[in-house]
Unconditional design. Structure first.
Length: 206
């Protein structure tokens, strides 16, 4: 196993053990509508740059969460495997999917509002596992580790939780390739609307 993945997981699991001793932990998963960033084409004349924002497609995530209650405020670390896809038109003729797989570790701070309703926000530490563009040999992303931002709202109904959140990558993180004298860069910085369902493994139904 890659040492950085192991370290990433150990930090989360240590946090999760602490949270479990204090409050709650469980499993989660969901679907997303996402865009993986801009495609830029630099022509051989260097005087023109074509920018393609791409077409968003659906993705998914699955993982674990912990939760530490601190009165009206709570801390919620998560460890999530995320897969996203966007569609790009290349050379005005070919349509290709850009696929990204990563581990996300959001560290969310939430506020309990009325009844089961909560709001939350926080950074998401991201480790890129794989990125590929159908039919094209592209480079790996520049940085394996990046940081994003999560903000959203949730409802808790006993063991079940439902949340919707917006995620945005904060660091530019590009992969590149060349074709017929032109250079292409594809930004893997993601923008997602995510719908999640979670299930507590530690608390009783209410």
């Amino acid at each position: 196993m890659n040492k950085r993945i192991a370290l990433f997981s150990i930090v989360f699991l240590s946090t999760l053990c602490f949270v479990n001793a204090q409050n709650d932990f469980g499993i989660k998963g969901g679907l997303s509508y996402n865009s993986n960033g801009d495609l830029k084409e630099f022509t051989s004349e260097v005087t023109e740059i074509y920018k393609n924002e791409g077409k968003g497609k659906s993705g998914y995530n699955i993982g674990l969460y912990g939760k530490l209650d601190l009165g009206p405020i709570f801390l919620r670390p998560e460890l999530v495997y995320t897969k996203t896809t966007s569609e790009y038109e290349l050379n005005s003729t070919t349509v290709s999917d850009y696929n990204v797989a990563k581990l996300d570790m959001p560290v969310l701070v939430g506020i309990k509002l009325i009844g089961p309703l909560n709001i939350f926000a926080g950074p998401a530490f991201q480790y890129y596992l794989d990125n590929d563009l159908d039919g094209i040999n592209i480079s790996d992303v520049e940085n394996d580790f990046t940081v994003g931002l999560n903000i959203g709202a949730s409802i808790e109904l006993g063991r079940l939780g439902i949340d919707v959140r917006y995620e945005r990558g904060l660091n530019e993180n590009e992969s590149t390739w060349s074709n017929l004298g032109n250079t292409f860069t594809l930004d893997s910085r993601q923008e997602q609307i995510i719908f999640n369902l979670s299930y507590s493994l530690s608390k009783s139904n209410k």
